[in-house]
Design a protein around this ligand. Structure first.
Ligand code: BES
Ligand code: MN
Ligand code: ZN
Length: 496
């Protein structure tokens, strides 16, 4: 693993032994960004730029290993148009990691180019570029890079130290999110997810309590919608409850005080159930626990940063399988709050496990606000793609805070509507509500379904992360989103 450090000292010592690999940036005008006055490395970089006919395009890299004279290696990374750098931080960071990953020590010279916000984004993206999931590969990727030091000359060093610590905590959480989401679905079943939560409880036992409910306990509570999903699988459904005492101390019988509640969809595999999905690409439905994985990673980051607030995490973990015990289209079940639900499509299972989890959260805690994350609808992938997560909220403050945290962290969201006219699509012939709203506005009607289980005056936001939680194609894998946005949001709540 690579550790990242920050230094504000001017100049880089150039000893022949262990000389670091220097990374310098230049824009599309060939202008070197940052660096230090009187640093001879700038001259080297300038020579390299002209010798290599370097254009400074985004991600373009030229390196000079200069091993002959024992000087340090040097790489120049293109950042493209300077005016667009703010939007390209993650790409620049990935190129920097790629340039330096086969060296032992790297020194990244940003000079005073990056503000605290973009410094934090750069640090997190640089760390994430080193993430691998190769548990099942006979040959593991070895990382040569052990220490990367970002040097910035801004005189507000403390702010940069803080931004780096925040990025490191976020990275630790985000890596857990990616690990559990990338894990194979024959391994990462609801019990295994619960086990990961229990482990987290042990690791941070001074601030965390973990409680896991099985199907019997959920039946007692009347969670008929959750059980309608989990009963089709041989794997038992689990409701995982993680309490984080960052503000109220965790004594015996301690109670969280108006915690922020994070609720995650944890479908460890979604076949669609009796409303079976087509075969092509179905493997990606192992990522249908991406919401639960994100909330796990978020609380891990919160633990790492020891944020001074109270949080409760509720994960609705189940496997959606077709079987002789599975729910049928037409089945009518009752949620924990007494609402009857007509299941017209067993593939709309996320909202079924979530509605009971939302009832449970409101009944057992008095949350200041509830935020749920779910890989809820294919319709959201069509609407927003992989760029922004869909954001729904009944509360102005929560909405604005999440949007701001998204912009600040670069982990973007976009507000979607919750008009009553959409909710009307959920009117059922035989029950209080039906679990699908038709083809039109599929992500919106899914959110409207969830909102029916939110009590009056309860602040709530829903994140549809179906498009952002993972990537398909050649670089298939969990993204760890929206962990950066959520950790930023929670950190902002501390100072408020
Ligand atoms: N997990 C899926 C949503 C999904 C689909 C996420 C594709 C990412 C990529 C969810 O459980 C689902 O199947 N939703 C249905 C709802 C429909 C039956 C109303 C969908 O989106 O097709
Ligand atoms: Mn489904
Ligand atoms: Zn699903």
């Amino acid at each position: 693993m690579t550790t990242l450090a920050f230094d504000s000292k001017l100049g880089v010592k150039k000893s022949a032994k262990n000389a670091p690999h220097l990374i310098i940036f230049a824009d599309s005008d060939g202008k070197i960004l940052g660096g230090f006055d009187n640093d001879t490395n700038l001259e080297r970089a300038a020579n390299l730029i002209s010798a290599a006919n370097f254009s400074g395009a985004l991600g373009e890299t030229v390196s000079d290993y200069a091993l002959a004279d024992k000087a340090s290696a040097i790489s120049v990374i293109g950042v493209g148009k300077l005016g667009k750098l703010a939007n390209n931080i993650a790409k620049v960071a990935a190129a920097a990691f790629k340039a330096g990953k086969n060296s032992k020590n790297v020194v990244i010279l940003w000079g005073d180019v990056l503000c605290q916000q973009h410094f934090g984004q750069f640090a997190l993206a640089f760390l994430n570029a080193g993430y691998r999931f190769d548990t099942y590969k006979s040959e593991k990727t070895k990382t040569t890079l052990s220490t990367a030091t970002i040097i910035s000359t801004k005189d507000t060093a403390a702010d940069y130290e803080r931004a780096l610590a925040h990025a490191q905590a976020t990275f630790i959480g985000q890596s857990l999110t990616r690990d559990v989401a990338n894990e194979a679905p024959n391994v990462m079943n609801p019990s295994e997810l619960a086990k990961v939560a229990k482990q987290l409880g042990k690791e941070y036992s001074d601030v965390v309590n973990v409680n896991v409910l099985g199907e019997k306990e959920m039946a007692k509570l009347g969670m008929g919608c959750f059980l309608a999903v989990s009963k089709g699988s041989d794997e038992e459904g689990k409701l995982v409850v993680i309490e984080y005492f960052g503000k109220s101390g965790k004594g015996k019988k301690a109670k969280l005080k108006n915690p922020i509640a994070l609720v995650g969809k944890g479908i460890t595999f979604d076949t669609g159930g009796i409303s079976l999905k087509p075969a092509a690409g179905m493997d990606e439905m192992k990522y249908d626990m991406g919401g639960a994985a994100a909330m796990l990673g978020t609380i891990k980051a919160v633990c790492e940063a020891r944020l001074a607030l109270d949080v409760v995490v509720v994960l609705a973990c189940a496997e959606n399988m077709p079987s002789g015990k599975a729910s049928r289209p037409g089945d009518i079940v009752t949620a924990m709050n007494g609402m009857s639900v007509e299941i017209l499509n067993t593939d709309a299972e996320g909202r079924l496990v979530l509605c009971d989890a939302l009832c449970y959260t409101q009944d057992n805690y008095k949350p200041a606000t509830i935020i749920d994350a779910a890989t809820l609808t294919g319709a959201c992938v069509i609407a927003l793609g992989g760029v922004r997560s869909g954001l729904y909220s009944n509360d102005e403050d929560t909405l604005f805070a999440l949007q701001s945290a998204g912009e600040y962290s670069g982990d973007l969201v976009w507000q979607m509507p919750l008009d009553d006219a959409y909710d009307a699509q959920l009117k059922s012939t035989f029950a209080d509500v039906q679990n699908i709203g038709g083809r039109e506005a599929g992500s919106v009607t899914a959110a409207c379904f969830l909102q029916r289980f939110i009590k009056e005056n309860q602040a709530w936001a829903h994140l549809d992360i179906a498009g952002t939680a993972w990537q398909s194609g050649e670089n298939k894998g969990a993204s760890g989103r929206p962990v950066p946005m959520l950790v930023q949001y929670l950190a902002n709540q501390v100072s408020n």
